[in-house]
Design a protein around this ligand. Structure first.
Ligand code: C2O
Length: 536
């Protein structure tokens, strides 16, 4: 095992896209930011120095940070922000994880431009459990706004409205030639006939689940969220914000220039966003003047059937070397409804603002870090009375509920005893509107044991759960008007954020946190905080 050191200078840089230049917050002046390379077993030290005018914090999305929430990054959950001109070193070990993950700012909407890939090579000797690719490349999907994102968000919040959707999607920071002035902002990868390539695909978009395809080629999915899967071949993938997907693509078609493309999956009655980002899959020797071929394999924006079929194909590899250790006995059952309600807002345009909620509770961000408050037993910062069930039962996905849309506000956490096995059913509701929500749990991977459309039926659905080889991941899409059941063992003590990874919904309060208590032995307790932890 090695020690990998990185220096992250958070700094503002002028970047131009779509015929328009603007200052953006970057790491080391790069957009997207630098890739973190490490090997399973390594220690990683990342010194973040904040030379921008915003408070900053960075989250290493999908790294478990065992006993070490201090390095997890979500502002006011596990740390106070790194103030301008200050620095903090994120120090963590990578144990038992290998694959593609990513990092992003975890404060305000700064992850719009502050993000990058994390590539963890398997511990030697434990090569990929699939044919060794000839080469690999990161494909980071993102979004671009022509205006300053923080300004747009602030203006929208004052009116109680959602901010405008982005002006383009991007692949590795580039919108591709279908957008104006973007010929030179096009990502291209060169391939040789007959060779196989590993694409490490990351959805860093703020608010869109995306389909991705390579024109003329199929892809073989081999890993999701840094966990190996049973390989399967597909014409397109679906990837939600927060998720990562590794695919193998063989350059086995007529040598030519092909588009790789991504566009949003939108099956809910929400604003339509049909922007397609393209990049180029370029066979060696083909002149770059030739117009690429568009993918016909991308599903339609509202192709719910493709989305459900795709999700059903994801299975853990589950071999002796990489077993799926699904908790078979559940100590604690939780059921959380996802809703978008409305609360009074006298200064807002319609006198109301949208408040998103879990079990009708809209999470209120604290002013100090929750992990500190937990570790030092500071009272008055949060309560641990988050309910395991919604306040009342109703027809979750039936007729729209228009009465009583008010939510209750609070910094309420759910306390879980060390090593408890938890089953959590996330249930979408028709409160305001059904919609798909990608849920991310910090500090853990979980098993997606079941999913379905409509209301979860506790009498019938558990019998259909996959307890053998369910997909293991850190972010899961709860289907529009449906439910998803996840299981995990609470063996990582600390305070762990759980939220919808659509930034708009997180901002509206679709979030909560678990306090996982210490176990009895010293190696089951939260580590002491590092001495340079940013003060509150
Ligand atoms: Cu990638 Cu709390 O998020």
């Amino acid at each position: 095992a090695a020690v990998k050191k990185y220096q992250f200078n958070v700094q503002v840089k002028n970047v131009s896209r779509l015929c328009n230049a603007k200052p953006i917050v970057t790491v080391n002046g790069m957009f997207p930011g630098p890739t973190i390379y490490a090997r399973e077993g390594d220690q990683v030290l990342i010194n973040v120095t904040n030379s921008a005018q915003y408070n900053m914090s960075i989250h290493w999305h999908g790294l478990k940070q065992f006993r070490n929430g201090w390095a997890d990054g979500p502002a006011y959950i596990t740390q106070c922000p790194i103030k301008p001109s200050n620095s903090y070193t994120y120090a963590f070990n990578i144990t038992g994880q290998r694959g593609t993950l990513w990092w992003h700012a975890h404060i305000l909407w700064l992850r719009a431009t502050v993000y990058g890939a994390i590539v963890i090579m398997p511990e030697t000797p434990a090569p990929f459990p699939f044919p060794q690719p000839h080469q690999e490349t990161n494909i980071i999907l993102g979004e671009w706004w022509n205006s300053d994102v923080e300004t747009l968000v602030n203006q929208a919040n004052q009116l109680g409205l959602p901010p405008p959707s982005s002006d383009a999607h991007t692949i590795n920071g580039k919108p591709g030639p279908l957008f104006p002035c973007s010929e030179k902002h096009t990502f291209a990868m060169e391939v040789e006939s007959g060779k196989t390539y590993l694409l490490r695909i990351i959805n860093a978009a703020l608010n869109d689940e995306l389909f991705f395809a390579v024109a003329g080629h199929t892809m073989t999915v081999v890993e999701i969220d840094a966990v190996y899967t049973k390989p399967f071949t597909t014409r397109a993938i679906l990837i939600a914000p927060g998720q990562t997907t590794n695919v193998l693509v063989k350059a086995d078609q007529t040598p030519d220039r092909y588009f790789m493309a991504a566009k949003p999956f939108m099956d809910a009655p929400v604003p339509v966003d049909n922007k397609t980002v393209t990049a180029i899959f370029q066979y060696k020797g083909i002149p770059t003047t030739i117009l690429p071929k568009l993918p016909t394999s991308l599903p339609a924006s509202n192709d719910t059937k493709f989305a459900l079929d795709y999700a059903s194909k994801l299975k853990s590899l589950n071999t002796a070397q990489f077993p799926a250790n699904v908790p078979l006995k559940v100590d604690r059952h939780m059921f959380y409804t996802i809703g978008l309600g409305k609360n009074p807002c006298p200064s807002c345009q319609n006198d109301t603002k949208i408040s998103a909620s879990l079990n009708n509770i809209t999470f209120v961000m604290p002013k100090v870090g929750l992990l500190q408050a937990h570790y030092f037993n500071t009272s008055g910062v949060f309560k641990t009375d988050f309910p395991d069930r919604p306040p009342k039962s109703f027809n979750y996905t039936g007729a729209p509920l228009t009465a009583n849309l008010a939510t209750s506000l609070g910094t309420r956490l759910s306390k879980v005893a060390f090593n408890t096995t938890v089953e959590l059913v996330l249930q979408d509701t028709n409160l305001l509107t059904v919609e798909s929500h990608p849920f991310h749990l910090h500090g853990y991977n979980f098993f997606v044991v079941g999913t379905g459309v409509g209301n979860f039926d506790p009498a019938k659905d558990p019998a259909k759960f996959n307890l053998v080889d369910p997909p293991e991941r850190n972010t899961v899409g709860v289907p529009t008007g449906g439910w998803t059941a996840i299981r995990f063992r609470a063996d990582n003590p600390g305070v762990w954020f759980m939220h919808c990874h659509l930034e708009l919904h997180t901002m509206w309060g679709l979030k909560m946190a678990f306090v996982v208590e210490d176990g009895k032995s010293p190696e089951q307790k939260v580590l002491p905080p590092p001495s340079d932890l940013p003060p509150c």
